[in-house]
Design a protein around this ligand. Structure first.
Ligand SMILES: [Zn+2]
Length: 276
């Protein structure tokens, strides 16, 4: 597939663009307030071999740490960032969101899976030049971005089924509102690539519980719609539907992305966001 100016509009109808930057192929969220950058990586352009090929950004999946470090350097270099300043929590499917408010915490988790934020499945900050990187292979990456009275604020959240049920998105939005005096209606949300309702079949009990928690529109038979569930919680927190953007890519259908359900042992693509 060819593209003009290395840029393609998203399949979901607004809010994202696919960009070729150097050897990497990235999806940019272009509805964040000015001064906030948000990207979702694909698996192309890195150095890891199979089954983690090739831009694996996660330490916890059996890839060599040297390859992960080189991939993170590649990503950081491409985006003009310092890899030593990547803050990357150890994710455990919790609803815990950390507030990255001290300069001394910047860079936690940048060189190994050891992180000062553990357990933690979301990071929020108003610090500049402090990129937050989380990893995914089917779970939903959600980035919240807003202008507070004191400047931009951004959060990157790991919302798998368990984290969603436990309230990771509500916690992230609430912290943004409480700590930074952000108006809920001014928050922009980017729902990145994740396993779609086309491919996410679960047992009947889990589907029933999910429907009870998020509404019947979040379940289609035994298939869960994680984007609908995410949207339901964000709207419940006061976000405007028009400010919630969904990059309608299924990680299990699209070979550009890692999928745990499809491949088992595999790598992790990333969601990265930072304030300039
Ligand atoms: Zn699918």
């Amino acid at each position: 597939m060819c593209s003009v100016n290395n840029s393609e509009a998203d399949p979901g109808g607004g809010g994202f663009h696919r960009e070729k930057q150097g050897r990497l192929t990235l999806w940019r969220f272009d509805q964040a307030p000015s001064g906030i950058n948000v990207f979702f990586t694909t698996r192309m352009g890195g150095i890891s071999g199979a089954p983690h090929d090739s831009l694996n950004l996660g330490f916890q999946v059996g890839d060599s740490p040297e390859s992960v470090m080189e991939n993170r350097r590649l990503l950081s270099g491409t985006l003009g960032l310092d890899p030593a300043r990547l803050t990357s929590p150890r994710q455990r499917h919790t609803a815990v969101v950390a507030n990255l408010e001290q300069s001394s915490q910047v860079g936690g988790g940048s060189i190994s899976e050891e992180s000062p934020f553990d357990p933690c499945d979301g990071v929020l900050t108003d610090l500049s030049a402090a990129p937050i990187l989380l990893h995914f292979a089917d779970c939903v990456p959600v980035v919240l971005a807003a202008a507070s009275p004191d400047g931009p604020v951004v959060a990157v959240l790991h919302a798998g089924r368990q984290g969603l049920v436990r309230g990771i998105l509500k916690n992230g939005a609430q912290m943004m509102i409480d700590h930074y005096q952000v108006e809920a209606g001014s928050i922009s949300a980017a729902i990145g690539p994740h396993i779609g309702s086309c491919c996410y079949e679960v047992g009947g009990m889990i589907a029933a519980e999910f429907a009870e928690r998020f509404g019947t529109q979040a379940v289609n038979g035994a298939f869960l719609d994680l984007a609908q569930a995410s949207t339901a919680d964000l709207v419940a927190m006061g976000l405007e539907s028009r400010n919630i953007h969904h990059l309608e890519i299924c990680t299990s259908c699209d070979p550009d992305f890692y999928s745990y359900r499809r491949d088992g042992v595999t790598g992790r693509h990333g969601a990265i966001a930072w304030i300039e």
